[in-house]
Structures are given as structure tokens and as C-alpha cells.
Ligand binder design. Structure first.
Ligand code: FES
Length: 264
């Protein structure tokens, strides 16, 4: 067994764990950092997000609500003006999508451990002297999660609509390409992540004293609870699929990669 690590001051054992407990927080830090860097680069790239022939819209730019959006990409109209070349269309929607992920119960645990080391892992001492939890600003704002959940449901509905439009044949009619299939998988994972949310579980099954008097809500609660047990996996899978579909649409839109068609 490895010798326990100690800190200065009163003699404290940092941890008695001998496994590689630092691997999960390290993986989380690398995964989330990679996504944030990709998302920032992609957002401010502000191009190659719409493929007119196949009607593919990159999820980072959906819904495209600004007059700056390229023609055809605004399925819901353009209520916002073209503010400036350095203000890309996603700035009107991204705060809600990011807010949903940032305030998610699972992600909170993950990034508190990975970036704030609070604590880095179970049974490992954290470096901070004081612990105030989420009882004061800015972490008090984490309580807004349920409101971000409502916004996330709307965004998932819009991405579902985008996916239906992606069943567009290059010569009109119905068509299916690799991009269509990737978009279908992406919305399934996004709905899985959104509906497995703890706020959703509370919404359908909370504040009830007798499940026997609410059979429909009880049924919904059991479904959401089953999904909720996979919330972590769905969080990562949907994060990966959003980035993958976005990258795919970018490559097709830029002409770097032709979309293989199953049905033209
Ligand atoms: Fe993770 Fe709501 S708890 S999305």
C-alpha cells in the first residue's frame, strides 16, 4: 500500500486510496475542455452550417434566428437583427443550451471535481479550507436548472424538426443520407438526455403524496426514473453526438466530404 500523502499544517491524510482515482476527473477535464474549445471555434467560424441540397442544419446553429443566417437556414424566421460580423447567430440560443448543461446535476458533480477539485474524488481531501456549497452567489444560480430545462425541451423540439427536414431528397421528395441518420441518432440521444433530467423527474412525479391516485404520472415517473439512471451516459453521448453532427455538416457544407446517399 502506498504511503499516504500529507499536507502542511495540521497533519492531514489526503487520501488512503491506492487506485487511479485521478483518472475520471482528468478524463472529464479533457473531454469538457475539448468540447468547449470546439464549440467556441465553431461558433465564431460562423460559416458552413447549412447544406441547401440535403437541408442539413448544424445543431450549433439551430434555431438560426438572426438576419445574419444564410438563406434557407432559418426555419423559424429571423426575429433578431444582424448585429455585427463578430456576433454569430448562435449567441441568441447558446446561452440557454449551455445553461442547461452547466447547471445539470451530473455536470456539476463532474466539473466541480475536475476543475475545482471539490473534492477531486470520493475519499480524497479537497484543497479548499472552506465549503459553502451552492448557498451563495454565483453558485446559487444553479437553482435555475429547472428553467433551463424548459428551454432545452424547446431546443430539442426544434432539432427534431430540423431532422425531419433533413429527410429531403437532393432532387426533391424524400431522401436519406448518412447525415440524416446521424441527425436521427443525435435527436434520440438529446431527448434521452433531456428527459432523463432530474428536474423532469420531479416535474412528472414530484409533489405527489399518493402515486396510487395518479397512475399516469406514476407510469411517466417510472419511465423517467429508468432513463435517469443512465443520465451520465446520456450526457456524454449527446455531447459527443452534437459535436459529431456539427462537424459532419461543416465538412459536407464546405465541400470537403460528399454526403453518402442511401435514398436520393
Ligand atoms: Fe442533468 Fe437536468 S440534471 S440535465
Amino acid at each position: 500500500m502506498a504511503a499516504p500523502t500529507t499536507t502542511s499544517g495540521p497533519r492531514r491524510t489526503r487520501t488512503l486510496r491506492t487506485d487511479r482515482w485521478w483518472l475520471p476527473p482528468l478524463g472529464t477535464a479533457l473531454g469538457l475542455s475539448a468540447f468547449v474549445v470546439y464549440g467556441l471555434v465553431r461558433t465564431f467560424m460562423n460559416t458552413w452550417y447549412w447544406v441547401p441540397e440535403q437541408h442539413y442544419l448544424a445543431p450549433f446553429f439551430s434555431p438560426c434566428l438572426s438576419e445574419a443566417c444564410v438563406p434557407g437556414a432559418s426555419h423559424l424566421g429571423t426575429p433578431f437583427p444582424d448585429l455585427a460580423p463578430w456576433v454569430p447567430p448562435p449567441v441568441f440560443v447558446l446561452p440557454f443550451v449551455l445553461g442547461f448543461r452547466l447547471t445539470c446535476y451530473y455536470y456539476r458533480k463532474a466539473y466541480y471535481r475536475a476543475f475545482w477539485l471539490s473534492p477531486p474524488a470520493c475519499a480524497v481531501t479537497e484543497p479548499h479550507r472552506r465549503y459553502t456549497g451552492e448557498s451563495r452567489l454565483p453558485l446559487l444560480l444553479q437553482n435555475a436548472h429547472r428553467y433551463f430545462f424548459y428551454a432545452a425541451v424547446l431546443v430539442a423540439a426544434v432539432l427534431t424538426y430540423d431532422t425531419v427536414l433533413a429527410f429531403h431528397g437532393v432532387n426533391g421528395g424524400v431522401g436519406v443520407g448518412l447525415g440524416t441518420l446521424l441527425m436521427v441518432v443525435n435527436v434520440v440521444l438529446l431527448w434521452g438526455y433531456t428527459l432523463s433530467c432530474h428536474s423532469c423527474r420531479h416535474l412528472v412525479g414530484g409533489r405527489i403524496n399518493h402515486f396510487s391516485r395518479h397512475p399516469v404520472r406514476y407510469r411517466l415517473w417510472t419511465w423517467v426514473s429508468r432513463l435517469n439512471g443512465r443520465h451520465m451516459s446520456l450526457a456524454w453521448a449527446s455531447l459527443f453526438s452534437v459535436a459529431l453532427v456539427d462537424l459532419y455538416v461543416m465538412l459536407v457544407a464546405s465541400g470537403a466530404f460528399p454526403d453518402p446517399r442511401l435514398i436520393n
